[in-house]
Write a protein that binds this ligand. Structure first.
Ligand SMILES: Nc1ncnc2c1ncn2[C@@H]1O[C@H](COP(=O)(O)OP(=O)(O)OP(=O)(O)O)[C@@H](O)[C@H]1O
Ligand SMILES: [Mg+2]
Length: 493
C-alpha cells in the first residue's frame, strides 16, 4: 500500500534531510513497487509545489480544546492538508472504496506529520486524521454535526458561521470551514450526488443527503456572505405520536382524538410556522392509515416515512440548466388522480396545487392530508384561498370558500414556542359556511399561562368541551365513535 511504503521510506530521511512531505512521500513508490494504489501527480507538478510544503518548526498543537479547536490547530491542519493535496491524486483516490481511501490518507498524513516535526499527542493526531479524512472523503467540518442525532438543523452562513438547532434552540458552534472555497466545494459535493450543481450561474439548489436529510444551498452572488447551506437533519428514529405525548406536545386524550381523525379518513390540513413540526406531525398522522389503503405521497424533497406496504412516493423536479423539464407539485397532484389513490398526501402545499388537492379531497380521496405554512387555522384557510386565487382559476371568493369548507375536515395547528418547545396548539374542525364566512370550531387548544423560573413556557392543553364534533358520523361509520367519545370525555375531565 502506498502510504505504508512511504512510511517505510521516510523515517530514515526525516531527521537528517529536511525533505518536504510531498517529496518524501513522492519518492516512496520509486523505492518500492512500480504500481502504487494511489498514483501521484506528475513529478514536475510536485517540484512546482514543493515550496508550499516546506518544513515547519517543531511545535505543539492543541487540537482538543474545550468546545472547539484552536487557531493554531487550524493553521497546522491547513499546512498538512495542503501537503496532502499536493501529494495525492484525488481523481485516483476517488476510485478507491471509502475504507481503502481513508487508510491511504491516514498513512500519508501520519507521514507528513512526522516529516514536518509537528509534536502532537496521539489523541490530537487522531483528531487531525479524522478531520482530514472528513475533508477529503466526506463533508469536512460538517461530518461531526451530521453524526449527531440530537441536532435537527444545521445552518452554515459562510465559512466561519455555523449554527445548529438542538432541542428547539438555535446555537452557534465553533465549527468552521477553511474558507468559502472549501465550503463551496462541499456544497458542490452534496448536490452533485443527486445530479445537480451549484455555482455562480445557478446559485440556488435543493438536494438530499444519502441519509435523507433535506439540503438547501444558496451561493454568492445571491448570498452576500459566502455560500449558505441549510440542512434539516433526517431523524433516524422518527418521532411517533407517543413521543409527541411524552414531549407534552399534545395530551394523551388529544392524541387519541387525532388517531380517530386519521383512521376515520378525515381530510386534514396541518398548519404551522417554519420548523414547527408540520412534517413530523404529518408523518405521525399517516401512522393511522390502514395497511390495505393505496397511498400516494407528493413532496418537494421526500421526507415522509410511511410504514404501510402500499405507498407510491413522488417527488417534484426543478428545471434543468436550460430551464426545461420542471415537474411541479401541481403536475404531481394532478397525475396522482390517475393513479387510483385512496389517499393523497402532499408534503407541503404552497401554490396552485391547493386547488387540485381540495378537488381530490372532494372527489372520493377521503383521508388526504397536506401541510402548509400559516400561524393559525384561520390564517391557513385564507392562505389556501389566496393560493387558489393566485392560481388563476378565475373562481369567485365564495366558490373557493365553499370548496374549502366542503373538502377540509380538520386543521391541526403546530407551533414552535419561544422556549424551543413544539406544541400542537389547535385541533380545529371546519363545520360549514355562514354567509361568506367559513365557520370553524376548536376541539382542543393550547393555552399559555405564563413562564416558569427557567424561562420555559407553562401552559395547558384544554378541550373546549365539544362533545359531538362534526366528524362524529364519519367516526361512527368507521366504528370509532366509542374511542372518540371516550377521548373527548377524558379530555374534559
Ligand atoms: N413535537 C416535537 N417535539 C420535539 N421536536 C420536534 C417535534 N416536532 C418536530 N420536532 C423536530 O423539529 C424539527 C423540525 O420538524 P419538521 O421537519 O416536522 O418541521 P416543519 O414544520 O415541517 O419544518 P419546515 O417548515 O422546514 O418544513 C425536526 O428535527 C423534528 O424532529
Ligand atoms: Mg416540513
Amino acid at each position: 500500500m502506498f502510504g505504508k511504503r512511504a512510511g517505510a521510506a521516510s523515517p530514515k530521511r526525516a531527521p537528517t534531510a529536511p525533505a518536504t512531505a510531498a517529496a518524501a512521500v513522492n519518492d516512496a513508490p520509486k523505492s518500492a513497487t512500480p504500481a502504487p494504489q494511489v498514483p501521484h501527480k506528475d513529478a514536475g507538478a510536485e517540484k512546482r509545489r514543493q515550496p508550499k510544503a516546506a518544513p515547519v518548526p517543531k511545535r505543539t498543537v492543541s487540537a482538543a480544546e474545550p468546545g472547539g479547536r484552536s487557531e493554531e490547530y487550524y493553521a497546522v491542519k491547513t499546512t498538512i492538508f495542503n501537503a496532502l493535496i499536493d501529494t495525492i491524486d484525488l481523481g485516483q483516490l476517488a476510485r478507491l472504496d471509502q475504507e481503502t481511501a481513508a487508510e491511504e490518507i491516514r498513512d500519508i498524513v501520519t507521514e507528513i506529520i512526522s516529516i514536518k516535526n509537528v509534536a502532537m499527542s496521539i489523541a490530537e493526531q487522531e483528531q487531525l486524521l479524522t478531520d482530514i479524512c472528513n475533508d477529503v472523503l466526506g463533508y469536512g467540518p460538517l461530518e461531526p454535526l451530521l453524526a449527531r442525532d440530537d441536532i435537527s438543523d444545521i445552518m452554515v452562513n459562510g465559512a466561519d458561521d455555523v449554527f445548529i438547532e438542538v432541542n428547539g434552540k438555535v446555537e452557534r458552534t465553533n465549527i468552521r470551514f477553511r474558507d468559502n472555497a472549501q465550503l463551496m466545494n462541499i456544497c458542490q459535493r452534496i448536490v452533485s450526488q443527486v445530479g445537480r450543481r451549484v455555482d455562480e450561474s445557478s446559485p440556488v439548489c435543493d438536494a438530499r443527503l444519502a441519509d435523507g436529510s433535506r439540503v438547501n444551498v444558496i451561493a454568492p452572488p445571491l448570498a452576500l456572505d459566502g455560500p449558505t447551506l441549510t440542512i434539516r437533519k433526517f431523524k433516524k428514529d422518527k418521532l411517533t405520536m407517543d413521543k409527541l405525548v411524552e414531549f407534552a406536545s399534545i395530551t394523551p386524550e388529544g392524541a387519541k382524538v387525532l388517531a380517530v381523525i386519521g383512521a376515520s379518513r378525515c381530510n386534514v390540513l396541518i398548519s404551522g410556522g417554519t420548523g414547527s413540526g408540520k412534517t413530523t406531525l404529518l408523518n405521525c398522522m399517516t401512522g393511522y392509515i390502514e395497511e390495505d389503503e393505496r397511498v400516494v405521497t407528493c413532496e418537494d424533497a421526500a421526507e415522509l416515512q410511511l410504514q404501510q406496504p402500499h405507498v407510491v412516493r413522488l417527488e417534484t423536479r426543478p428545471p434543468n440548466l436550460e430551464g426545461a423539464g420542471e415537474v411541479t407539485m401541481r403536475d404531481l397532484v394532478k397525475n396522482c388522480l390517475r393513479m387510483r389513490p385512496e389517499r393523497i398526501i402532499v408534503g407541503e402545499v404552497r401554490g396552485p396545487e391547493a386547488f387540485d388537492l381540495l378537488q381530490a379531497m372532494n372527489t372520493g380521496h377521503d383521508g388526504s392530508m397536506g401541510t402548509l405554512h400559516a400561524n393559525s387555522p384561520r390564517e391557513a384557510m385564507s392562505r389556501i384561498e389566496s393560493m387558489i386565487t393566485m392560481g388563476g382559476y378565475g373562481l369567485p371568493a365564495r366558490t373557493i370558500r365553499e370548496m374549502i369548507s366542503g373538502s377540509i375536515d380538520v386543521i391541526i395547528q403546530a407551533a414552535r414556542l419561544r422556549d424551543g418547545s413544539r406544541k400542537i396548539t389547535h385541533i380545529t374542525e371546519i363545520i360549514g359556511m355562514e354567509g361568506e364566512v367559513i365557520v370553524t370550531q376548536d376541539l382542543f387548544v393550547y393555552e399559555i399561562q405564563g413562564e416558569d423560573a427557567d424561562g420555559n413556557i407553562a401552559g395547558i392543553h384544554c378541550s373546549t368541551g365539544i362533545a359531538r364534533p362534526k366528524f362524529w358520523d364519519r367516526a361512527r361509520y368507521f366504528g370509532l365513535e366509542r374511542e372518540l367519545a371516550n377521548a373527548l370525555d377524558e379530555s374534559e375531565a
